[in-house]
Ligand binder design. Structure first.
Ligand code: F3S
Length: 411
């Protein structure tokens, strides 16, 4: 790799051992992917700032902080397993809580913004178009690449930390124009009615695209940010998609030709998503009925204030049934807004809970089984995937409107 003078000085140790180690790591990653140079990054997002990082990951973060590491660009953190306020009610021990706090402290000591959300762009951390960033976690990667038009690969915890410590990332993959063009087209014929339908489309498309960049056509130009936010994560759950285009909507796709980089899409790479696909994909995600659910998880990816308003409208005037718990995951900053505006009191008066800092995938492997949550109802394909494939719970999948009568009663 060709390094500029400042980067070479980082490798030589001029800026201390932590920066040296970080730049060595980035050079090794860059060489692995045949990157020719580094690019400056505007920000980083860290997944693994929690117990999911394992003992080794936690030690690595603490060593960087104890070694005097300071982030050169803003670094935000992904959600953890526990709500920092409601951890006891969630069944976590004080040991787990203190462990989480010690990692958060280490990140804060280096100048990180411990927001514990997978939607940092909702609380003021939205990179500009064409800006290079180093983000981990698939939903924020997809939002950054597709919706904001900024540029990131899917970073692991160490490489995101190293990018924040040096302000650099190796220039390969989605940092390069040629890798951002669409390779297949999915024409949508089905009428999509809410964010959950967009999530279902994402799950369908992820299974076709795998690791390629899909181009969606047939979607309305009025598509909301919330629907785009819902479309992204399932693309990376069923497949491993890191970027997508919606013609006439996302910033790199003013036309189909621009989205594909003016390359012709082969007929074998053109697909349709019709009403039958919508129904079949939705049904394929359920392994149980909503009447069997004892836990409902909503808000994956973390919701906007508009989505919280919708949950409040659907739940208003109802009470959560005695044998059921409803969790609505939420960025802490949005929770405070929801409290001020009045959506939080509506939701909480039903018995549903707003949990901040929390990700259903970050839970310990035996969490759901140990707590007796055998069947989970959710409006998120990503929650279905992580709770049923890795955590031994069965799921019902659908929009809250479809099953609200089953898990709540009239107040
Ligand atoms: Fe966010 Fe966790 Fe869902 S990172 S997208 S809440 S699985």
């Amino acid at each position: 790799m060709k390094l500029i003078k400042e980067e070479e000085e980082m490798v030589e140790g001029k800026y201390g051992r932590v920066v040296q180690k970080a730049m060595e790591l980035l050079v090794a990653v860059g060489e692995c992917y045949d990157a020719e140079r580094m690019v400056p990054v505007a920000s980083a997002h860290l997944v693994g700032a929690n117990r999911a990082a394992g003992k080794g990951g936690m030690r690595f973060i603490k060593e960087l902080a104890e070694g005097g590491g300071k982030f050169l660009v803003p670094l935000t953190t992904n959600p953890a397993a526990l709500d920092l306020w409601a951890w006891k009610d969630m069944g976590f021990s004080e040991e787990h809580y203190l462990e989480q706090i010690s990692i958060s402290d280490a990140i804060a000591k280096m100048g990180g913004f411990v927001c514990n959300t997978c939607a940092p762009y909702l609380i003021g951390h939205a990179p500009r178009m064409r800006t290079h960033v180093a983000y981990g976690e698939s939903s924020v990667v997809l939002y950054a690449n597709a919706v904001l038009g900024s540029r990131t690969n899917r970073e692991g915890g160490p490489s995101a930390l190293a990018a924040a410590l040096t302000g650099r990332t190796p220039c390969y993959g989605y940092h390069l124009d040629e890798n951002r063009h669409g390779a297949l087209k999915i024409h949508v014929n089905a009428a999509l009615e809410g964010d959950t339908d967009y999530a279902t489309l994402g799950y369908f498309a992820g299974g076709i695209a795998l690791d390629r960049v899909p181009i969606f056509t047939g979607l309305p130009s009025s598509l909301s940010q919330d629907s785009l936010k819902s479309l992204g994560p399932p693309l990376a759950t069923k497949g491993s998609v890191a970027h997508y285009h919606v013609v006439g909507v996302t910033p790199e796709a003013p036309t189909e030709e621009a989205a594909s980089g003016f390359k012709k899409i082969s007929p074998s790479d053109i697909f349709e998503f019709g009403p039958g696909d919508l129904k079949a994909t939705e049904e394929s995600l359920s392994r149980a009925g909503p009447e069997e659910a004892t836990l409902v998880i909503l808000g994956c990816p973390h919701p906007s204030i508009g989505q919280i308003k919708k949950y409040a409208e659907v739940l208003s005037g109802r009470k959560v049934k005695d044998h059921v718990e409803i969790w609505i995951l939420i960025p802490h900053g949005i929770k405070q807004v929801a409290e001020d505006i009045g959506y939080a009191p509506i939701i909480e008066s039903t018995g549903a809970r707003l949990l901040s800092n929390v990700c259903p995938a970050a839970m310990p492997l035996d969490y759901y089984r140990k707590r007796g949550y055998k069947i989970i109802a959710t409006d998120s394909p990503k929650t279905v995937y992580y709770t049923s494939t890795t955590k031994d719970a069965l799921c019902y999948y659908g929009s809250l409107e479809k099953f609200v009568d089953v898990v709540t009663r009239k107040a």
